[in-house]
Design a protein around this ligand. Structure first.
Ligand code: HXC
Ligand code: NAP
Length: 263
């Protein structure tokens, strides 16, 4: 496939959490194609290994380890290995998430906590564990948010709260780290076709069509729609962009699109 803009990440050191499937895996693939060296973490050893193999094939150097981002000490161990392997980080990416539809009056406290811990605490853990090893100036931090961060959705109180937290976390870190030349941003993807997230939220063809129809652009996004945004945000072209949540949502939150989820 030919992409509109060619990015050069040759030799850049990237630490990426939750990049072993779906949207984030495609972001990692595109970083590797641009020449990046990537250390990837997620829970499943099989997914980590498969991703490392894929990234090497795509053109980058790659390594990884199975880590649950909720466990800060494990994140620190992985960061230590990553820094020793590829050097101080040009890019730090936190993309892991958990999601299931459940009403606030039906889910357990532990169900709510699981999503908060994966999405929000996990992002903090990755940011906190890497910042001392980030290139200053020049490092780019990127988290993954969601349209739920800015609109209340039915059966998504846990995700809405977690992603709203992610939006504010990146802004606070951008404020604190801006003086050292570190940028911190997030991308909020709209509904992305063929992903675990959409399988969970819109499991039938009928629902998928309704979701697509509720988006201003009348289509679901694809994984490269988001990878392009990530490449740009982590490139020198975005050198004065920090503390922003880039909505690559096809206009999902412009109207009352989230009503689709009622169906
Ligand atoms: C109610 C549920 C539940 C469900 C789990 N729980 N699934 N409650 N409805 N469907 C409860 C469990 O009963 C338990 O509570 C608690 O949540 C933790 O469950 P575990 O299975 O022990 O947790 P864990 O193994 O840590 O798994 C985390 C997970 C799981 C979030 C529950 O689904 C997961 O690993 N997800 C990762 C992949 C994923 O979700 N991808 C989609 C991302 S898309 P009790 O009280 O019984 O102990 C996305 C946005 C899409 O985020 C936006 C689209 C526009
Ligand atoms: P996905 O394929 O389920 O990817 C989730 C990733 O996170 C996997 O690599 C998973 O690997 C990892 N992960 C989950 N829990 C983890 C934990 N505790 N510790 C470490 N890694 C963990 O999801 P997706 O649908 O592509 O979504 C990717 C991101 O985009 C998420 O942040 C999601 O909220 C956001 N988003 C998605 C959509 C959509 O339409 N899909 C829309 C808006 C926003 P392991 O299983 O190996 O841990």
């Amino acid at each position: 496939m030919t992409y509109p803009i060619q990015y050069d990440m040759k030799g850049q050191s990237c630490f990426m959490s939750g990049a072993t499937s779906g949207i984030n895996e495609q972001i990692a693939r595109r970083f590797a194609e641009a020449g990046a060296n990537i250390f990837v973490i997620s829970r499943s050893p099989e997914k980590v290994q498969r991703t490392v193999d894929m990234l090497k094939e795509a053109g980058g150097e790659a390594s990884g380890s199975p880590v649950d981002v909720r466990d800060y000490d494990s994140v620190v161990s992985a960061v230590t290995r990553a820094q020793a392997t590829f050097g101080n980080f040009d890019v730090v990416f936190a993309g892991q998430a958990g999601n299931f539809p459940a009403g606030a009056a039906q889910m357990s406290a532990n169900a709510f906590k699981s999503v908060i811990d994966i999405d929000l605490l996990g992002t903090f853990n990755v940011f906190r564990a890497t910042i001392e090893h980030a290139k200053k100036p020049g490092a780019s931090y990127l988290a993954i948010s969601a349209p739920q961060a800015t609109r209340p959705w039915l059966f998504q109180s846990h995700v809405c709260a977690a992603k709203a937290g992610v939006n504010m976390l990146i802004k606070c870190c951008a404020l604190e780290w801006g003086a050292s030349g570190v940028r911190v941003n997030a991308i909020s993807p709209g509904p992305i076709d063929g992903t675990e997230g959409m399988e969970r939220l819109a499991p039938t063809e009928e629902l998928k069509a309704k979701v697509a129809d509720a988006v201003a652009m009348k289509r679901m996004g694809n994984r490269d729609d988001i990878a392009e945004a990530a490449l740009w945000l982590c490139s020198p072209a975005a050198s004065y962009v920090t503390g922003t949540v880039l909505e690559a949502e096809g206009g999902m939150t412009l109207g009352d699109a989230t009503n689709a989820m009622k169906l």
